[in-house]
Ligand binder design. Structure first.
Ligand code: GLN
Length: 194
């Protein structure tokens, strides 16, 4: 069965996600309009700037369609700003900030502050053998997880950086800039099992 994964391409590092999918032999298209959204079996929401992504999703008439699809079980994978876009509650957002939802979590934006703007770490990640190489860039942290949410990965200090709830997978970090392909593989398996 051929499968095409969409990468939301309004803003942020969507090209790196497309390159990562290419590296694991999975076809992808950039999604900027509804007709493209209708062609894909799952959607990656990249890192970037969540406040801008929200505005552009509204301007491109994609906000409600994506939100509805997610709530109807469509597979989605959000990284960094993409995780913020999937959180039911956004802490330290700007006034009026909202995402698509899909993950019953509270996510705090820019949680590491200026001292530790960007860093890399090797993490255990449920469903992946060996350590995952993760780049954190002005990253959010998951502050609260609801009852139906699986925690997939934590930092050494216990802070949560990877979660899944049914069809929605969200991580605080960027595997796609660190040459890490296994979380994308995990998402593709999730789509195939959906
Ligand atoms: N700080 C950004 C935001 O709030 C996320 C940063 C990122 O995606 N690397 O959207």
């Amino acid at each position: 069965m051929s499968l095409t994964v969409g990468v939301l391409a309004l803003q942020g590092d969507f090209r790196e996600h497309a390159a990562t999918l290419h590296a694991i032999g999975v076809e992808s298209i950039e999604v900027r309009r509804i007709s493209e959204l209708e062609k894909v079996s799952g959607l990656i929401i990249p890192g970037g700037e969540s406040t801008v992504m929200q505005k552009l999703a509204v301007a491109y008439d994609l906000f409600e369609p994506i939100k509805n699809k997610i709530h109807n079980g469509f597979p989605v994978f959000g990284t960094c700003a993409g995780l913020i876009m999937l959180a039911e509650e956004i802490l330290d957002g700007i006034p009026g900030q909202a995402g698509f939802g899909g993950l019953d979590v509270s996510v705090r934006r820019n949680a590491f502050g200026h001292q530790l703007d960007s860093f890399e770490a090797d993490l255990e990640f449920a469903g992946v053998d060996g350590l995952v190489h993760a780049a954190f860039i002005r990253a959010p942290i998951v502050d609260r997880v609801g009852a139906g949410v699986e925690v997939l990965s934590k930092l050494d200090d216990g802070r949560i950086v990877g979660v899944r709830q049914n069809n929605a997978l969200g991580i605080s970090f960027h595997p796609e800039v660190a040459g890490e392909t296994r979380i994308h593989e995990l998402f593709v398996r999730q789509i195939k099992n959906a």
